[in-house]
Design a protein around this ligand. Structure first.
Ligand code: HSE
Length: 428
């Protein structure tokens, strides 16, 4: 009979508590599936005296996560504290030094230090698993690193922050502006302690950085991504886009181009009828495209106790089976330094601008766009107000550089009554 796999769990918030619950409730099923008993030796959290609704009395308690990570009776350090540095990083490094495998839900830690941690783990013959770090319960890490290992990945897309998708879909459904829905989210406790992580696109960017490394065999490089949050998305744009058959999503896209990988997490328009366009509320979606498999769409809960703990347990189960993959799908030492080709892939754009309502204004706009090589696909003037004329333009596919040139030229024409809005339309 193989010996039990012994866990040390650091962090007993929503996810940590969920992991304890599954280990207790599904002990027989996990043993049947992995061939080993999975047990918890010790736990650690900031506060000890809190009723978490699970029995913890059978486990040793450590105040210090580093002490937990290095205990002799711990085989796998389960890091569920969060944070890119501080105790999470110190305890993860200590665990690896002490010869423990690591399972983590910490996207920030891996997005910032993934390469160094992966090298450290692999040099020691250890594993770092992080299914729960990206899109909660959706097994997208497994899909990429195992299910699609025979494919050259051409594009990865996804809605990876449930809070942002909730805000955008709630704005549209209830005809509310961004500030009102943001305040509702604060009230409901839907936002991370630092809300910029959610609405600034950073949490989703951390997740995309991990998918990029896995998909394209490059070193994790969060700073190589173009990131823009949803703070400037207006109800007017959501409604105008809807009127033209689109939805606005905080969309992560990473794709290969002739010049390197173009990777961005930005608000984009997607067709309303597409799976991404139809994604409502806090649900996440990951779309993977490979040269042999074509397109795969994975949809599910991106956060919450059950879904995230489910992903953590899947990693624990693999370790119990003795299954160790390289952290980013191939040896960390063999990952390339990614070449940045941000905004290199052409796209159609949605433009909204308020024109000063005088003869020739529209003609001027058309000329400036034409001079920059940006071709107009659709154009319409709507909701005429006293002195300004709102105009919507959908361009044909263009390079972002040409569009940036046109917007720059537009700013000195004196026909714009306010800053124009430009959003990429993603073909999905
Ligand atoms: N705050 C995140 C979200 C969950 O809303 O999706 C964990 O990354």
């Amino acid at each position: 009979m193989p010996s039990p796999l012994r866990l040390g769990i650091a962090g007993l918030g929503t996810v940590g508590t969920g992991v304890v619950r599954i280990v207790q409730r599904q002990a027989a099923l996990l043993q049947a599936r992995t061939g080993r008993e999975i047990v918890i030796s010790a736990v650690s959290a900031r506060t000890r005296d809190r009723d978490r609704g699970v029995r913890l009395s059978d486990y040793a308690w450590e105040d210090d996560p580093v002490a937990l990570a290095t205990r002799d009776d711990v085989d796998v350090f389960v890091e569920l504290m969060g944070g890119s540095d501080g105790p999470a990083k110190a305890a993860t490094e200590a665990a690896l030094k002490a010869g423990k495998d690591v399972v983590t839900a910490n996207k920030a830690l891996l997005a910032m230090h993934g390469q160094a941690l992966a090298e450290m783990a692999e040099e020691a013959g250890l594993s770092i698993r992080y299914e729960a770090a990206v899109a909660g319960g959706i097994p997208c890490i497994k899909a990429l690193s195992e299910g699609l290992s025979g494919n050259e990945i051409t594009r990865v897309m996804g809605v990876m922050n449930g809070t942002c998708n909730y805000i955008l879909t709630r704005m549209q459904a209830a005809h509310l502006d961004y500030q009102t829905v943001f305040a509702e989210c604060e009230e409901l406790g839907y936002l991370e302690a630092d809300p910029t992580l959610d609405v600034g696109g950073i949490d989703a960017g951390h997740k995309l950085a991990l998918l990029v490394a896995l998909a394209f065999g490059t070193k994790v490089d969060f700073n190589a991504l173009t990131i823009e949050g949803i703070e400037r998305v207006t109800i007017e744009d959501i409604e105008q886009a809807a009127d033209m058959g689109y939805r606005i999503k905080l969309l992560g896209v990473a794709q290969t181009t002739g010049r390197g990988v173009d990777a961005r997490m930005t608000p984009c328009l997607v067709p309303a009828a597409s799976p991404l366009g139809q994604l409502e509320g806090p649900t996440n979606m990951i779309v993977l495209e490979g040269d042999s498999v074509g397109q795969i769409v994975l949809r599910g809960a991106g956060a919450g106790e059950g879904p995230t703990a489910s992903a953590v347990i899947a990693d624990v189960a693999d370790l119990a089976r003795g299954f160790r993959l390289p952290v980013f799908g191939q040896r960390a030492a063999s990952l390339r330094l990614g070449e940045r080709a941000n905004n290199a892939s052409p796209a159609a754009y949605y433009l909204r601008m308020a024109l000063v309502d005088k003869p020739g204004a529209l003609a001027k706009i058309a000329t400036v766009l034409g001079d920059a090589g940006v071709s107009i696909d659709r154009m319409r003037q709507y909701g005429h107000e006293a002195a300004t004329a709102p105009v919507l333009i959908v361009t044909h596919k263009t390079q972002q550089e040409a569009l940036a040139m046109a917007l720059e030229a537009l700013s000195s024409t004196e026909v714009l009554a306010s800053e124009p809005v430009a959003l990429r339309i993603e073909e999905v």
